[in-house]
Design a protein around this ligand. Structure first.
Ligand SMILES: [Zn+2]
Ligand SMILES: [Zn+2]
Length: 335
C-alpha cells in the first residue's frame, strides 16, 4: 500500500487515498485520518510508534493548560516565559508541536503549525526557538507566500535592534503578500540558519517549477492549446510552489527565461550561504535517517550539533518537495 509521502493534501494514512469524504481520525491523537476502519487497524502497527508518545505529550500539555487556566492564558498573552509558571506549559506545548511535525499527515502538520504560531503570540521573544520550525511547515503545506512573509518579517523588522519584543502594541509578523521576485538584499539575518534553509527551498521550488514549464514549452507549442488546457498543464508542472496560487502571472511564457535566470542566481547564492553557514547541513540532509530522531544537544553556529537540529526542523520539507533532494545531491557533488 502506498502511504502518504507529503502533507500537502488530506490523505488516508494507510493507503494515501485522498478521495474519500469524511475520513475518520485516530481517536488517540486526532492527528492522522483513515478512509476506513480496516485501514486504521492495518496502520496501527506503524502509527502506534508515533501515536503513543504523542498521546503522552498531549496529556501533559492538557494538564499544564488546565493548571494555568484559560483566563490566565488569555490575560498574559505576550508575556509567557517571563512568568515562571508558564514555562512548563510552553515546554509541553513545544513537545506536542515537535512530535506532530514528524508525522507525514496534513492534519498533523496543520496542528503543528497552529501550536507554533500560537506559541509565538504567547511569547514574542520566543525563548524556545519556535520560529525555526515555522518555515518548513509552511512549505510542506504549500503555504509558500506565508513562509516568505514570515522569514521576511524576522529578517527586517525582527532584526531591528530597537524592536521591543515585550511591547504588544507593536506590529508583529504582520507582513502579507510580499514580493517573492524581489531582490533579497533585505535578508541580513545570516545566523538564522533555519530561515536560510527555508528561503533556499522556497526559491528552489519556484525555480524547478518554472524550469519544468519551460521544458514543456520547448517540447511543443502549448500556446496553441485551449486556455483551459494551458491552465491545467501549468498546474501539473508547477506543482511544487504554493506561490502561483496568488501570482499566476509568473507562469506566463513572456519573461519566463528572465525569471528562471533571476531565480537561479538567487538559488545559487543561497546554496553557498547555507553551505558556508553550516558545512555539515547538506551531508546531514542526505543522511537524514541518521539524524531525524537523534538527541538534540546544545550547539554553536556551524557545528554538527546545529546540523542535527536543522535536519530535524527542515529535512521533511525537502524530502516532500519533488526533485529537491536530487538537486541538493548534485549541488554537493559539484561543490
Ligand atoms: Zn485508506
Ligand atoms: Zn493516533
Amino acid at each position: 500500500m502506498p502511504r502518504p509521502t507529503n502533507v500537502r493534501y488530506p490523505q488516508c494514512q494507510f493507503c494515501a487515498s485522498s478521495t474519500t469524504p469524511n475520513m475518520s481520525r485516530c481517536s488517540g491523537c486526532k492527528a492522522v485520518q483513515y478512509c476506513s476502519k480496516e485501514h486504521q487497524t492495518s496502520d496501527w502497527y506503524y502509527h502506534k510508534q508515533q501515536c503513543k508518545p504523542l498521546q503522552l505529550a498531549l496529556r501533559k500539555y492538557q494538564r499544564e493548560a488546565d493548571n494555568l487556566g484559560a483566563e490566565f492564558i488569555a490575560e498574559n498573552e505576550g508575556y509567557f516565559w517571563g512568568l515562571l509558571e508558564t514555562r512548563e506549559y510552553m515546554r509541553a506545548r513545544f513537545d506536542v508541536g515537535y512530535q506532530l511535525q514528524h508525522i507525514v499527515s496534513n492534519v498533523a502538520a496543520k496542528q503543528s503549525l497552529g501550536h507554533f504560531r500560537d506559541m509565538l503570540k504567547l511569547c514574542r521573544g520566543d525563548n524556545l526557538g519556535v520560529r525555526d520550525l515555522v518555515p518548513g511547515l509552511c512549505l510542506r503545506l504549500g503555504r509558500d507566500q506565508e513562509c516568505y512573509d514570515f522569514i521576511k518579517w524576522y529578517g527586517t523588522e525582527g532584526e531591528r535592534g530597537d524592536y521591543d519584543w515585550g511591547d504588544r502594541s507593536l506590529p508583529f509578523l504582520n507582513l502579507r503578500g510580499e514580493d517573492v521576485m524581489e531582490d533579497l538584499a533585505w535578508f541580513k539575518n545570516k545566523y538564522a540558519m533555519a530561515h536560510n534553509v527555508g528561503m533556499l527551498l522556497l526559491k528552489l521550488r519556484m525555480l524547478l517549477d518554472l524550469q519544468d514549464l519551460k521544458a514543456s514549452q520547448e517540447l511543443g507549442n502549448i500556446q496553441a492549446l485551449h486556455a483551459d488546457a494551458i491552465l491545467s498543464i501549468q498546474d501539473q508542472l508547477a506543482h511544487r510552489s504554493g506561490i502561483w496560487k496568488e501570482r499566476r502571472e509568473f507562469l506566463k511564457p513572456e519573461g519566463l527565461d528572465e525569471r528562471i535566470a533571476f531565480l537561479k542566481k538567487q538559488v545559487d547564492t543561497w546554496f553557498d550561504k547555507v553551505n558556508k553557514g553550516n558545512k555539515y547541513f547538506f551531508k546531514g540532509l542526505m543522511d537524514h535517517d541518521k539524524y531525524l530522531y537523534a538527541t538534540q544537544e546544545p550547539y554553536s553556529m556551524g557545528s554538527p550539533e546545529e546540523m542535527i537540529l536543522l535536519v530535524q526542523y527542515c529535512a521533511r520539507s525537502w524530502m516532500e518537495t519533488d526533485g529537491a533532494m536530487e538537486w541538493a545531491r548534485k549541488k554537493m557533488q559539484a561543490a
